[in-house]
Design a protein around this ligand. Sequence first.
Ligand code: OAD
Length: 246
Amino acid sequence: MTFPVDLLETLVAARSVAVLTGAGVSKESGIPTFREAQTGLWAQYDPMQLATPAAFLRDPALVWNWYQWRRDLVAKCEPNAGHQALVEIEGMFEVVSLIKQNVEGFHRRASSHKVIEVHGNIMRSKRFSDNVLVEAWDESDEVPPRCPATGDMLRPDVVWFGESLPAGSLEQAIAAAANCDVFFSLGTSGEVQPAASLPLQAVRGGGILVEINPQETPISRHAQYVLNGPSGAVLPELVRALRNGD
Ligand code: OAD
């Protein structure tokens, strides 16, 4: 891919970069997205039956087993070249904030450090009653398992529809967006608030918005640069272009 010269110049001059990632960045790792027709999880399953507190109370075993299926998939997959490129990007600018919506933990597995987690992590579990994280429990046939200390039901540590984001994470993400020179929106449909408003906050704060996505999204029309393609290919090429100065 040939990148616009002024985009490369903007990046060379940038001090502070914020990145918002969505399900698209892990698609090339084999993890399905949510809203793509046919293949997206929410095209195949009803989120109101699987990803709300009420759904869990209605049928905790169904919800736990569905997330267990997704955990098993994550355990079999690996971060891809896009995740690796973001690790390199972390070393290229003075300030980098990686705001991630994905729950599978690939950015940390790839060794990104400056991660702001806004939707939780599917590999962690917490008590349904009070959100306290629980690391280990007795394996039994009970589904979902229970906290060994209190007997409360466990649930995955992900943000469900209708729930607030983890304390402090939204404030951190807004500050990163509002103060960056360049904001990358990568592999997200821009359909889920409040994360979807971050690219606009960056633009309002004077940041240059760059989108990488094979499809047009509601974010595209606000972006100065739209790079149409898969992040696993476009991001490594962008890093290479910046390193080579071409
Ligand atoms: P979506 O499924 O809504 O959007 C995925 C986006 O990735 C789409 O715009 C695709 O065009 C794009 N895409 C597909 N393949 C790509 C690739 N190889 N490279 C780059 N982009 C690609 O996923 P999100 O926007 O992440 O919430 O969804 C936001 C939230 O909704 C998720 O975090 C999840 C879900 O409910 C929680 O898990 C709490």
